[in-house]
Design a protein around this ligand. Structure first.
Ligand code: F6P
Length: 342
């Protein structure tokens, strides 16, 4: 049967609205936040594709030909997301990787019922080299009383309480991938019409994994459990065939690839001369939202001991060891860490 044009094309707006209809009591606020994030994604994508031109187009390195101040892209992304969301009355408070403290909604605007944490442009050390980068976001309901400004406590909730999460990847194409608890769905930006179109409905992580992803350069600092686990993934133990290694060094891109192909990404804690440290990745706005997506796609994420989603954050920028991907692979990491590291 040939499908009509309208049947083939689902814009992100239409899809999010259709999902909202499953909840007759929904106010539309979450829908609005997701729209605004998709819009932010388009704006950021249009800048990232011109990243190498900033210095050429800028007369002094500070202003470009349109007279705009040339900003670092991560700060541009940060301000874009904040400004698109500060005045809508949907959010009580925000928090960003770029700011030590939470971002309070200005007094002149109403405070809403949701809380949003985001990493505006992750992997930004890769920007200069044309490597994929991404935005990550997590959305919660506020804990503090309605009507007031949100608080730090609103931002420090365990991932299990998340109502929606997602990422935008700026790669060979721009994609938004999100979940509001009803599966994971991916939309690819069609630059010719400026719309995100549904390209990957109901993403589930393939049962047969292909890749393991880790910065193997740090191996000397790993615990015995992590070293043994890596050997197990490589098939050196003889118990499995061994996976191929892929590591971009851009969290969103590494996790996205493994979500599509099956596999595991990990950024373990290293043992430093000063003792153990907690890894590099941030719990609240990197690990937790990606963990939410992974679980919705049939996968799992852990800090090597327990589900990332069960960790109660103590502070906004706290770090956690991070293992994410096929459930069996992440559980194997937990098992081997338990066995060798105690
Ligand atoms: O969070 C920052 C980040 O750039 C991630 O996107 C990426 O996964 C990680 O750091 C790479 O770190 P490293 O260079 O230590 O492998």
């Amino acid at each position: 049967m040939t499908r009509t044009f309208a049947q083939q094309i689902t814009t992100i707006e239409r899809f999010i609205l259709d999902q909202q209809r499953h909840f007759p009591d929904a106010s539309g606020d979450l829908t609005g936040i997701l729209y605004d994030l998709a819009l932010a994604g388009k704006i950021i994508a249009s800048r990232t594709t011109r990243a190498g031109l900033a210095e050429i187009l800028g007369s002094t390195g500070e202003e470009n030909v349109q007279g705009e101040v040339v900003q670092k892209l991560d700060l541009f992304a940060d301000q874009t997301i904040f400004r698109l969301n500060d005045h809508t009355g949907r959010l009580a408070i925000m928090a960003s990787e770029e700011h030590g403290d939470p971002l309070v909604i200005p007094d002149r605007y109403p405070a809403g019922k949701y809380v949003m944490l985001f990493d505006p442009l992750d992997g930004s050390s890769n920007i200069d080299y044309n490597v994929s980068i991404g935005t990550i976001f997590a959305i919660y309901r506020r804990l503090s009383p309605d009507g007031e400004r949100g608080t730090l406590q609103d931002c420090l909730q365990p991932g299990r309480k998340m109502v929606a999460a997602g990422y935008i990847i700026y790669g060979s194409s721009t994609m938004t991938v999100y979940s509001s608890g009803q599966g994971v769905h991916g939309f690819t930006l069609d630059p010719s019409v400026g719309e995100f179109l549904l390209s990957h409905p109901n993403i589930t992580i393939p049962a047969q994994p292909k890749y393991y992803s880790v910065n193997q350069g740090y191996q000397p600092g790993w615990s015995t459990g992590v070293k043994k686990y890596t050997e197990w993934l490589q098939g050196i133990s003889g118990q499995n065939k061994g996976l191929s290694l892929r590591y971009i060094g851009s969290l969103v891109a590494d996790v996205h690839r493994n979500l599509m192909t099956g596999g595991v990404f990990y950024y373990p804690a290293e043992i430093t001369p000063e003792g153990k440290h907690a890894g590099k990745l941030r719990l609240a706005y990197e690990a937790a939202p990606l963990a939410f997506i992974a679980e919705q796609a049939g996968g799992y994420a852990s800090d090597g001991v327990r589900s990332i989603l069960d960790i109660q954050p103590d502070s906004l920028h706290q770090r956690a060891p991070f293992y994410i991907g096929n459930k069996e692979l992440v559980q194997k990491a937990e098992e081997m860490i338990r066995q060798y590291d105690g």
